[in-house]
Design a protein around this ligand. Structure first.
Ligand SMILES: C[S@@+](CC[C@H](N)C(=O)[O-])C[C@H]1O[C@@H](n2cnc3c(N)ncnc32)[C@H](O)[C@@H]1O
Length: 297
């Protein structure tokens, strides 16, 4: 079973994960953007606001890798209308369906300017060469085969087009004790239940322990190897909520597990509390936005 896919499927179908404006603002979205989105598009599962860094104009074509509930696609669609097209691809059909419904519920978006497709990005990007003005991604690249996807992004971008993405990055390795416990959490399929600050912080710890969070220097090198220019980090950001809600950032969230009994989860949570409450996630991870450009020729 693809554990990540199952978690996103569960999230897509969870009707309580919506209207999470506070977490989205902490991730970098502004209230002007959020006020234009339907509540079901405001899930709080992103790690930056890449489209706000793009100079989008009417008529452009954009692609969001791992579009989730369509948040970033809808924001692009508002800018590229009336003649442009904002496309989103995701491998979870339930997420794509949620995005399609969100486009219908969004008064500022004409459905004709959006296109949502189910597809596994690791199998390639199913669009012609030199097709998009911008490609974006938000908390998805860490889950992908980066060298392969970077080559594909370069292929589908027009010459001079931009690739802008937000991602969880590694600052330093976790202490052994924390890493061991997080590996245990992963082995027991322990996942946070909610979408609050504590859950976001815990998901970030899991991404670090699983080796999914990206190492900035490695990603910058991979982008250059794929042939991108003007490769840089444009927005480094604190892990959301950790400054505003220091207590929430230090407590482990409500959790569920496929393998542990309820008592087992309570016991495991106590052990985790003991270790993570002494750490600051910002020493180990940050949420960064990267930009790069396909050369003109
Ligand atoms: C954090 S969400 C993205 C949020 C989204 N950009 C938005 O605007 O709200 C990451 C998404 O990547 C998708 N994903 C992960 N691996 C994928 C893959 N191999 N191919 C396609 N989508 C993938 C997940 O299903 C999930 O919906």
């Amino acid at each position: 079973m693809d554990f990540v896919k199952e978690e996103y499927r569960t999230l897509a179908e969870d009707e309580t994960v919506r209207n999470n404006k506070e977490l989205m603002e902490l991730t970098g979205y502004n209230s002007k953007q959020l006020d234009k989105l339907p509540p079901d598009a405001i899930m709080g599962i992103s790690c930056g606001n890449p489209t706000v860094e793009c100079d989008l104009l009417p008529g452009m074509r954009t692609l969001d890798l791992g579009c989730g509930p369509g948040t970033d696609v809808l924001l692009c669609a508002m800018k590229v209308a009336p003649d442009g097209m904002a496309v989103g691809v995701d491998y979870v059909p339930e997420m794509v369906e949620r995005a399609v419904q969100n486009a219908k519920k969004c008064p500022d978006v004409d459905e004709d300017n959006t296109d949502f497709r189910v597809g596994d990005l690791n199998a390639g990007i199913n669009f012609p060469d030199n097709y998009f003005d911008y490609v974006t991604a938000n908390c998805c690249l860490c889950l992908l085969d980066q060298p392969k996807v970077f080559r594909e992004v370069k292929r589908v971008l027009k010459p001079g087009g931009y690739f802008v993405f937000s991602e969880v990055t590694v600052k330093k390795t976790l202490p052994q004790k924390a890493d061991d416990l997080l590996q245990e959490a992963f082995g027991n399929q322990v996942i946070p239940k909610g979408n609050d600050v504590a859950s976001k912080v815990f998901r970030t710890y899991i991404a670090l322990a699983k080796g999914e969070a990206i190492v900035p220097s490695e990603i910058l090198d991979l982008l250059k190897e794929a042939g991108f220019q003007k490769v840089k980090i444009i927005v480094p950001r604190h892990v959301p909520g950790t400054k505003k809600y220091p207590e929430a950032a230090k407590s482990t969230p409500r959790m569920v597990s496929e393998k542990l009994t309820p008592d087992g989860i309570t016991d495991f949570k106590k052990r985790l509390d003991g270790v993570l409450s002494d750490l600051d996630i910002n020493d180990f991870a940050s949420f960064d936005t990267f930009s790069s450009q396909k050369p003109d020729r």
